[in-house]
Design a protein around this ligand. Structure first.
Ligand code: PAF
Length: 288
């Protein structure tokens, strides 16, 4: 396994791999690797000949007052995980090599995809995400890039961006990895106190309960999810909770197509996001 800092060196390496006819998979991360990242890495490893993990805490996707400066990092541990998981290259660029002096280009994915859900509460976040992912995909030009379902909006934004910018990379969504009690695995779970950690799984329980009701043919309003979560986690502060079209990410009341039931909830210092997808296109509605 090689650790590469220079974008030019990564380019050279991937050109060699591509020219030899091998496929390249990339897992973009901000480090602090955990089992959810490892599930992306494992899928990418299985589907590609060459696996690159990028580690870059991207400043442009954090808003003022967010946790950019305190975002967890432990490169030594990340390196051990990557080595154990058979990663070929860790690309860990410096900020100044990514955002060059005079940097003046931002990628904005507009329309319904960034009107609701997290985009409403984190202005500029998805421009930061789209910009850094566009840069990484331009440098590496992988055959496939892997993202978790947990940040469902991020996935849809990146998917749209790659289509709109004619990028030749397949964007693959991987299932949410959960702790035994249902809490979605996240780097930010470490901000929870013990008591908060015990109550946090109720976010998922609320979303799942809403999904089961939808599956049973009931109309579920945001109010139902809010009340479920607030009843179980009185200290929670809910940014949003609701039912959205799974492709357009606009709010839905009369369900005809696949939907994503999603929420962003502050529990203490941790802003936790989670979602459940209900697929209506199949005979038996499927919840994932
Ligand atoms: O999901 C993340 O960890 C980040 O948003 C990403 C995709 C690596 C971009 O910085």
């Amino acid at each position: 396994m090689k650790v590469i800092k220079e974008p030019a060196e990564v380019r050279k390496t991937v050109n060699r791999v591509r020219n030899s006819g091998r496929s390249i998979g990339v897992v973009p991360t901000m480090g602090a690797l955990h089992k959810a990242h490892r599930s992306l890495m494992s899928r990418a490893r299985a589907e590609n000949d060459f696996l690159i993990v990028t580690i870059f805490v991207n400043p442009t996707q954090f808003g003022p007052g967010e946790d950019y400066s305190s975002y967890p990092h432990n490169f030594k541990e990340d390196k051990e995980i990557c080595s154990r998981d058979n990663v070929d290259v860790i690309f860990v660029p410096d900020k100044d090599d990514i955002y060059l002096q005079g940097h003046a280009t931002t990628v904005n994915v507009t329309g319904g995809l960034t009107d609701y859900m997290c985009a409403k509460y984190r202005p500029g976040h998805y421009s930061g995400v789209a910009t850094i992912v566009a840069k990484l995909l331009n440098i590496i030009k992988p055959h496939r890039a892997y993202f978790g379902q947990k940040d469902y909006q991020q996935f849809r934004v990146i998917e749209r961006m790659t289509v709109d910018l004619n990028m030749n990379t397949e964007i693959v969504m991987c299932p949410i990895v959960r702790e035994q009690d249902g809490l979605a695995v996240s780097s930010r779970n470490r901000y929870l106190t013990k008591a908060q950690r015990r109550s946090a799984p109720y976010i998922y329980k609320g979303l799942k309960e809403a999904a089961l009701r939808i599956k049973a043919g009931e109309a579920v309003e945001s109010k139902y999810i809010y009340e479920f979560i607030m009843d179980k986690i009185p200290e929670a502060k809910i940014d949003y909770a609701g039912v959205f079209d799974a492709k357009k990410l606009t709010p839905v009341s009369n369900i005809k197509n696949d939907v994503v039931i999603a929420a962003a909830v502050w529990v203490g210092k941790a802003r936790l996001i989670d979602n459940v997808v209900v697929k209506t296109g199949e005979k038996q509605w499927r919840v994932s």
